[in-house]
Every structure is written in structure tokens, then in C-alpha cells.
Design a binder for this molecule. Structure first.
Ligand code: 13P
Length: 277
């Protein structure tokens, strides 16, 4: 697979929004809007757990896939309040977001638990969208690259190179989430590129003495997330290393989300001008 064939993905993270009825209505509206277009990118919606069955039913047979926003890594057991990977596969959920900064910030998610969840997702044939990103303090202390490299390498610990293929990464600078402050497109592109080179570096160094690993970083979709909206999406998705977007606020209505889907469609078709690193 070459980088030209990397999937373009537009994913909506609905976070803690929408009752079942509201989620169903939004999913139906997105499906209806998408039905008017061909050659769409991969479209993913991630409703709260409670609305997954309604959303799965609404998107069935359409171009829209469904993801969960989190999961535990144990297959079952005494973990009150948690959701296990087989419960998601039982519903036919395709994607799962892992390590979102809100999980890291408010719910004790660590690089170690992200790694366990990533391995559990792969084992259960769920497509993991692994989120990494620096806080404002880290950026201002010039620690962005250290933080990103560390989060990426820690997420991949003990993941065999043969298993990397389905993984999706998302660069979500914490300071750009829900703040209206978008990371400058060139900088988003630079960090997405850094994620790829970190993946390559990780597998080259872990292959110790073996022939250089294939450049797997080039095969993996890397998304940008943080205040993506209709007014900035074209510029962000025009960048070489940004394969799509993980969207919060602007995924909550079809009016806001459709322009992002159509921008990703243009990227997929090669009609957004590409800016290199
Ligand atoms: P916003 O698009 O609301 O900034 O949220 C981004 C995000 O956290 C997606 O996971």
C-alpha cells in the first residue's frame, strides 16, 4: 500500500451528547445527506454507548460506519461501569477511539492503559483510533515533539509490526479541543508527519539487526482533531500528512458535518491542493 492509497477518514466524536432519539435523527440525517454523493471518504460517527444500537440501525447499508468513544481492555469481569471489546463487536461496531485527551485528563487514562486498549482492540478486530496530543503547558515548554513521540511509542509497545495495519492515529492538541483555536495547518501537518516517523523509528529499533522494517508509518492514516470546522477544514486536509479529521463540536449537526465530509471527499479525489511538510 502506498501513501496515495491511505484511507481518508472523517470521524465525528459526539462525546457526551445526544439521547437515543437525537442520535438516531442525526445519524439518519447524515446517511440521507451522504446518499446524494458518490466516492465518499470513510465516514465514522461515534455516539455515546447508550445510542450505539440506534445509530448502528440508522447507518446500516450506508457509507457511514460507527465507532465507540472508549472501552475497557478486559474481555469481561468485575469492572463496574465499563464496556468490554466483545460487547462492541457483538453490536458490530467497527471503530473505537482510544486515549482521547478527555479520557487522559479526567478519567485517569495513561499511556499504559492506552497500550492495553490498543492491543485489545486489535485482538477483537476493532479499528482503533489512537489519540495523542500535547497540552498548552507542554507546547509552551517546547515539549510537543517529546510528548508525541512518547505517546506514540508507548501506545505501540508490544504491538507486532504485522498487526499495525488497521491502526489509525489522531493528532489532537489538547489546547485546540473545543476552544476554537485550531492548530495552524502547517504545524498540524508537521506533527502528523512526526507521528509517522515515530512509528517507523519504533519498528526499526525494535527489529534490532533485522533488515529495516517497511516504512509502516506511511501506510497508517493520521487524522487531525481540534476545532475543525467548515471554514478551516480545506486548508487542514490539503496537507500531505493529514489524512482526515476527528471532529467534536462540528459533528453534532448535519449542517456542520456535511461540509467536512465533502472536503475529505475532495482530498480523496485529489482535488485539494496538497502542501508538503
Ligand atoms: P472539537 O472539534 O470540538 O474541538 O473536538 C475535537 C475532539 O476532541 C474530537 O475528538
Amino acid at each position: 500500500m502506498s501513501k496515495q492509497t491511505r484511507k481518508t477518514i472523517i470521524a465525528g466524536n459526539w462525546k457526551m451528547n445526544k439521547t437515543r432519539k437525537a442520535a438516531q435523527e442525526l445519524a439518519e440525517a447524515i446517511v440521507a445527506a451522504c446518499a446524494k454523493h458518490n466516492d465518499l471518504p470513510e465516514i465514522v460517527v461515534c455516539p455515546p454507548f447508550t445510542a450505539l444500537p440506534e445509530v448502528l440501525a440508522a447507518v446500516k447499508g450506508s457509507a457511514v460506519s460507527t465507532g465507540a468513544q472508549n472501552m475497557d481492555y478486559h474481555p469481561s469481569g468485575a469492572f463496574t461501569g465499563e464496556i468490554a471489546p466483545p460487547m462492541l463487536t457483538d453490536l458490530a461496531v467497527k471503530y473505537v477511539i482510544i486515549g482521547h485527551s478527555e479520557r487522559r485528563q479526567f478519567f485517569g487514562e495513561t499511556n499504559a492503559s492506552v497500550n492495553l486498549k490498543l492491543k485489545a482492540a486489535l485482538e477483537h478486530k476493532l479499528v482503533p483510533i489512537v489519540c495523542v496530543g500535547e497540552t498548552l503547558d507542554e507546547r509552551e515548554s517546547d515539549l510537543t515533539d517529546n510528548v508525541i513521540c512518547h505517546q506514540v511509542a508507548a501506545a505501540l509497545a508490544d504491538v507486532a509490526i504485522e498487526s499495525v495495519d488497521p491502526i489509525v492515529f489522531a493528532y489532537e492538541p489538547v489546547w485546540a479541543i473545543g476552544t476554537g483555536k485550531t492548530c495552524e495547518a502547517t504545524e498540524a501537518n508537521r506533527v502528523c508527519h512526526l507521528i509517522r516517523s515515530t512509528i517507523d523509528g519504533y519498528y526499526q529499533s525494535s527489529q534490532k539487526g533485522a533488515p529495516a522494517a517497511e516504512m509502516v508509518g506511511n501506510l497508517i492514516p493520521v487524522l487531525y482533531g481540534g476545532s475543525v470546522k467548515a471554514s478551516n477544514v480545506d486548508e487542514i486536509l490539503s496537507k500531505e500528512d493529514v489524512d482526515g479529521a476527528l471532529v467534536g463540536g462540528a459533528s453534532l449537526t448535519v449542517e456542520d458535518f456535511l461540509p467536512l465530509i465533502l472536503s475529505a471527499q475532495k482530498r480523496k479525489q485529489g482535488s485539494l491542493s496538497k502542501g508538503a511538510v
